[in-house]
Each structure stands twice: as C-alpha cells, then as structure tokens.
Design a protein around this ligand. Structure first.
Ligand code: NAD
Ligand code: IPM
Ligand code: MN
Length: 347
C-alpha cells in the first residue's frame, strides 16, 4: 500500500487539498495518508516551516501531495524561517530537480484565457523547470559598501551536471510528445546561460529524433502570449521557469488550473499546484481546486503507476468544465467545494 504525505500548508492550500483528497478517495485506490504541517502553520505551531518530523514523513512517503505555503505574517522573519523555505527545502532535501508544469486549455475555457480564443486554443505545452539550482540556491546576502550604500546579492550559477540532467528530462519529455524542445535562456547576457546552452547542445546529440531550438527568455515571454501553440516542451532554469509558468497559466485560463510534478531520478515526486497560498482569497471558499486535483492525477501517473486512474481524474475535470463548472477565477460563481462536487459528480 502506497504512503502519501499530505502537506496542505497555508492559505488556500488546505482548501484545495481537501478537494483533491475527496477525488482520490472516490477512486478507491490502495493509498494511506499521513498529514503533516508545513510552511507558516508549521512555524506557528512547531517553530520551523519544515520541521524534522515533517521531513521524516516526506522521506518515508512514496509521494507527496502539497498545497501551498506563504503567510504574510511571516514576511519579516529571517529568511530561513519563512514559509517559502519549506518548499525550497523539500525540493532540495529530496533531490526533486525536475519540475514538469503542463499547460493546456480545457475546452470551454477560451473565454477565461487572457488571449484571443483562437490563439488560446493552441496552447498545449510542458514547461520543464530545473528546481535545485540557479539563483535560488546560490550564495546570497547583504553588505554595506565602503560608500555606505546597502547592497543585496544572489549568485546565479549552474554546473554542467545540473544542466545535463534537466536537459535529458526535457529531451525525454519532448520525445514522448511532438518531438520539439525549446531551451530558454539569456545566453546573450549571462555566462550561466551560455554554459546552459552549450550543454543542452551536447545532450542533443543523444536525441536525433527531437528538434532543438533556443530562445532568449524575454522573447519567450512575448512568444507565449503571441503564439503559445508554437511550443511543445520548454526546458529552462529555476527562475525563468517560475515566471514563464505563471504566465502560461493565464494563457490556459487561470493560475488555478495548472498542476505540477517535482521529480527526482527514481520516481519519487512532490505534486502541487503552481499557485501559492493566495492570502487575498484564503478562507472564503473562492479558490479553484482544479490545479490541486490535477496534481493528484500527476501523482498517480508519475509516482504510483496508476495511469488509468490519472486519466479518469483528468477526464472528469475536463468534463466538469465543459459542462460549465466555474470558480470565480474562471468567470463563474462556484465555491471551492462546489467545484469539487462537480468533478466528483462526473466520477
Ligand atoms: P499566488 O499564486 O498565491 O496568488 C496570485 C493571485 O492568483 C492572487 O490574486 C490569488 O488570489 C490568485 N490565485 C492563486 N491561486 C488561485 C486559485 N487556486 N484559485 C483562484 N485564484 C487563485 O501568488 P502570490 O500572491 O504572489 O503569493 C502569495 C504567497 O504564496 C506568497 O507567500 C508566496 O511566496 C507564496 N507562494 C507559494 C507557492 C508554493 O507554495 N509553491 C507558489 C507561489 C507563491
Ligand atoms: C512556485 C513558487 C516558489 C518558487 C516559491 C514559493 C519559493 O513561486 O512554486 O512556483 O519560486 O519556486
Ligand atoms: Mn511560482
């Protein structure tokens, strides 16, 4: 029996994870759950955003289902105690270096997309985001210069091993889809990106069946809203992937629709919506649970060998939306639990 670590976290995290759990329960799978605190709620109760007791369960689990972390009352804590450190710590401690963020437009959501319907309809891509390196994990700090000016710094770097392993995930993902990989960097300015590009080109020799292209990140941001249909798989670094995936979500209708899988190289994974704790709507029953529900589907497919169950969940979400189920972010009036009901109704 597989063990799932359930980490609802802060803000809308628990609200959307409740709906994901209802959907999983409806499928009668052989799963057990251990729910543990993470983020601001863990800081407030146990004094640390990622307590050792939570990390223990995370290590023992076969897969992790995560809501969101982030709590405005923690924004002035020293950085190591802020809720966001919990998700960064889990990704790093568990070696979850590859983050898959699929973005597709569910039929009927054309009107929710920020793009024209005929442009929005074309979006069907996966962003493969590196998750263990880049400016996120380089040396960072503050100093006061001799002239008295305060300075902050964060070192951006990648080594060739880090680039090679994420490039391979990019090529493998493209190989199973339409065979097109676009590597996004800023090689015209950043040395980190020039190394990235050199290594991606080397790895391409092992994937003659995949067409590789390169794009600067500023252009990629523009192309994503001009013509997202041109992209099949995008492989990029931690920071660029973070930004481009929020952008892609609005092409597909809402940030409340995009799930993600964060994987190591042995099949273990953490599954979470790409959105955050949304303090502006937390506690009001307004959050769209679809990203969390679809994350549960990714978990079944990538870590638990339950592809058929994953297909069922995705089809149920698609059907519910086609039949008009809409939370406020999609232009509707449904509450979080009513959206869960709509998906369960199809199942
Ligand atoms: P956010 O994603 O939480 O919210 C951005 C906007 O999108 C808000 O207006 C919010 O109401 C809306 N939104 C987000 N998810 C939604 C959903 N499911 N349904 C409907 N609307 C939704 O980003 P933010 O406001 O920049 O960050 C809030 C907090 O979350 C911060 O503390 C941030 O660090 C944290 N955060 C955590 C994660 C994570 O846990 N992986 C991801 C992103 C942000
Ligand atoms: C995400 C979030 C996180 C990130 C934050 C909360 C650390 O924005 O998962 O997209 O930047 O990776
Ligand atoms: Mn983000």
């Amino acid at each position: 029996m597989a063990l799932i670590a359930l980490l609802p976290g802060d803000g809308i995290g628990p609200e959307v994870i409740t709906q994901a759990r209802r959907v999983l329960d409806a499928l009668d799978l052989d799963l057990t759950y251990e729910e543990v605190p993470v983020g601001g709620v863990a800081y407030h109760t146990l004094g640390h955003p990622l307590p050792e007791s939570t990390l223990d369960v995370a290590r023992r689990a076969d897969a992790l289902l995560f809501g969101a972390v982030g709590d405005p009352t923690c924004d002035n804590l020293e950085r190591s105690l802020r809720p966001e450190q919990a998700i960064l710590g889990l990704r790093k401690h568990l070696g979850l270096f590859s983050n898959l963020r699929p973005a597709t437009l569910f039929e009927g959501l054309e009107d929710a997309s920020a793009l024209k319907p005929e442009v929005a309809r074309q979006i069907d891509l996966v962003i493969v985001r590196e998750l263990n390196g880049d400016v996120y994990f380089g040396e960072k700090g503050r100093r006061v210069r001799p002239d008295g000016a305060r300075e902050g710094y964060d070192i951006m770097s990648y080594d060739e091993h880090e680039v090679r392993r994420i490039a391979r995930v990019g090529f493998e993902t493209a190989r199973k889809r339409r065979g097109q990989l676009c590597s996004v960097d800023k090689a015209n300015v950043l040395e980190t990106s020039q190394l990235w590009r050199d290594v991606v080109i080397e790895v391409a020799a092992d994937y003659p069946d995949v067409t590789l292209s390169h794009m600067y990140v500023d252009n990629a941001a523009m192309q994503l809203v001009r013509n997202p249909g041109q992209f099949d798989v995008i492989v990029t670094g931690n920071l660029f992937g973070d930004i481009l995936s929020d952008q892609a979500s609005m092409c597909a209708g809402s940030i409340g629709m995009l799930p993600s899988a964060s994987l190591d190289d042995a099949g273990k994974g953490l599954y979470e919506p790409i959105h955050g704790s949304a303090p502006d709507i937390a506690g009001q029953g307004k959050a769209n649970p679809c990203a969390a529900i679809l994350s549960a589907a990714l978990m079944l497919r990538h870590s638990l060998g339950q592809a058929a169950a994953a297909d069922r969940i995705e089809a149920a979400v698609a059907r519910a939306i086609r039949d008009g189920a809409r939370t406020a972010d999609l232009g509707g009036t449904m509450t979080t639990s009513a959206m869960g009901d709509a998906v369960l109704g199809v199942l």
